[in-house]
Write a protein that binds this ligand. Sequence first.
Ligand SMILES: Nc1ncnc2c1ncn2[C@@H]1O[C@H](COP(=O)(O)OP(=O)(O)OP(=O)(O)O)[C@@H](O)[C@H]1O
Ligand SMILES: [Mg+2]
Length: 237
Amino acid sequence: MNRPAILELRGVDVAHGRTPVLHGVSLTVGRGEIVTLIGANGAGKSTLLMAIFGLPSVSRGEVWFDGQPITRLPTHRVARLGLAQVPEGRRIFPGMTVLENLVMGSMVGEKDEAALARIHALFPLLRERGGQRAGTLSGGEQQMLAIGRALMSRPRLLLLDEPSLGLAPLMIRRIFQALREIVAEGTTLFLVEQNANQALRLADRGYVLANGRIVLEGSGLALLADPEVRRAYLGGH
Ligand SMILES: Nc1ncnc2c1ncn2[C@@H]1O[C@H](COP(=O)(O)OP(=O)(O)OP(=O)(O)O)[C@@H](O)[C@H]1O
Ligand SMILES: [Mg+2]
């Protein structure tokens, strides 16, 4: 990887209470890259994303963002540096409108018209449905909203936790196409996926997490062709 790192984890351990979950995790995301982390249920993928934001906290090792350590920064300080997260399960506010959800995502807490225009261009449906209660959107539409909301803070690095979860193939293609556009506009992506096939096709590089440890890394294409990855994460096809 020749690009300067925007995110770096160095030997990171994380526990939930007394239960150790991540063990010596090191990985790098270069500026402008799409990097994916794949792994089975319970491997620690969501824990890793959340630990970047400081909750749960990193018990050993370091997290660096854009040349500065953020290991012990509180979540709101991390967010202010230019990271945003699309959490597992989307976590939109179902009783609020689509537009209100988007505005909630902006840093300043007031409407950032330019950011909103960019998100409406990316997902025209979010403009059309602006006045609709978010809880009435389909799963795929809610995923678009969750991504749009995260983009409202104009992040330089966007972390996504299983954006394809529970979505039909056509909707997954639309979401992943939008992710390509987001990267083309200058945002770096780090996404966690159980859908290894799609994620590795999208990504420049990938890491495989098993039982809280990085066990493989390589280009998306190399991992797709790897016999171990095929056996364990691609159903052996
Ligand atoms: N809040 C929590 N308190 C205690 N243990 C937790 C908590 N959250 C997760 N764990 C445990 O940490 C381990 C890793 O969970 P995590 O959610 O990070 O995995 P994951 O790779 O995201 O899985 P999935 O693919 O199912 O989303 C699991 O054993 C899980 O039971
Ligand atoms: Mg998870």
